[in-house]
Ligand binder design. Structure first.
Ligand SMILES: NC(=O)c1ccc[n+]([C@@H]2O[C@H](COP(=O)([O-])OP(=O)(O)OC[C@H]3O[C@@H](n4cnc5c(N)ncnc54)[C@H](OP(=O)(O)O)[C@@H]3O)[C@@H](O)[C@H]2O)c1
Length: 307
């Protein structure tokens, strides 16, 4: 079985990836940051943990030595400035690629984001696009794939959980434009897509793939409410959150961040992201290339989490 270097293994998506990859008998070397609030999960004994940081080339060299593939899942999802995002989502990719090429690692999978499709909306989106561009600059030196997941949710997620808990109670806050459409993805389906890409018989190099949960053309908030109604057995109701109100939260967060080390999620850029009307992704390319099919629609994901 291939040996994989995994970054971001202490985060929401990375923890699930780690579980899936070790369950499929991949050998995994995983990066963790000493001193970080999230410690490496102790439950998985077969993982070789490497202490380090995307800002430290030596630790990355240790991580990628003698591996067949790098799955680069670490990333900054919170922050106030482009500089903060770039340090991890762009310069981190560059540093990892430098040591990967130096050590002769043949392949790297980058977990990017659907946000990279709209880099003008936010510092986060731009940083994810610039991270992809760094990887494209290494074309010919290393085999690569980029995955662009939409909003990912599932066990262990903290960002979407409050929203999902409200939906569970029949309250559907319309976080975004009323007619907006968005795709979703359960984290286990994403992990399975990564595992599929790592199969030795799969040849998919040099492609960037969008993914979604199998619900065609994404969801509207009204469809989310209809699913909640069905699951709860009583009517769920949509409540619009005025853009002005969310923008005020974004501006207050920026003010706090400018005075402290606080790394906010809701910023004016994030507000522009969530009010963007089209976050629908397309599964066709990845399904055609590697045969991956998602299994967990939003209704199934909600059942797994709450029912
Ligand atoms: N969640 C989503 O809905 C979603 C959607 C699309 C794409 N993505 C992408 O998926 C990836 C993972 O997201 P997530 O939701 O799992 O985020 P997360 O829970 O915040 O995890 C981020 C991971 O990156 C690590 N990390 C951050 N800065 C680092 C650094 N300087 N050096 C080494 N490791 C560092 C974190 O380490 P610590 O644990 O030590 O902090 C953590 O393991 C990100 O690249 C994100 O852009 C997420």
């Amino acid at each position: 079985m291939a040996t994989i270097a995994l970054t971001g293994a202490t985060g929401f998506i990375g923890r699930v990836l780690l579980k899936h990859l070790t369950a499929q008998d991949f050998q995994v070397k995983a990066l963790y940051r000493p001193g970080s609030s999230s410690l490496p999960p102790k439950t998985i004994n077969s993982v070789e943990w490497v202490a380090g940081n995307l800002e430290d080339a030596d630790s990355l060299r240790t991580l990628v030595t003698n591996v067949d593939v790098i799955v680069h899942c670490a990333g900054a999802v919170r922050g106030a400035t482009l500089e903060q995002f770039k340090k991890i989502n762009v310069e981190g990719v560059e540093r990892l690629l430098q040591v990967a090429v130096e050590q002769g690692v043949p392949r790297l999978l980058l977990i990017s984001s659907l946000a990279a499709r709209e880099p003008s909306l936010s510092a986060y989106a731009l940083s994810k696009k610039l991270g992809e561009d760094v990887l494209l600059g290494y074309d010919g030196k290393i085999s690569w794939n980029i995955l662009r997941p939409p909003a990912v949710y599932g066990l262990g997620d903290r960002e979407m959980l409050p929203l999902l808990k409200l939906i569970r109670r029949g309250i559907v806050p319309v976080v975004g434009s009323k007619g907006g459409r968005f795709s979703l993805l359960y984290v286990d389906d994403l992990a399975e897509a990564v595992a599929c890409l790592l199969r030795p018989d799969i040849i998919s190099d040099g492609q960037c793939f969008e993914l979604h949960d199998g619900h065609p053309n994404g969801y509207t908030w009204a469809q989310i409410a209809a699913i909640a109604t069905q699951l709860n057995g009583k009517p769920a109701h949509c409540f619009s959150l005025p853009r002005g109100l969310i923008s005020i939260v974004g501006r207050i967060n920026m003010a706090i961040a400018s005075l402290s080390s606080y790394q906010p999620m809701m910023t004016p850029g994030k507000v522009r992201e969530i009010f963007h009307p089209d976050w629908v992704s397309d599964n066709a390319a990845i399904t055609q290339a590697i045969g991956w099919q998602p299994e967990i629609l939003f209704s199934d994901g909600m059942r797994r989490l709450f029912y």
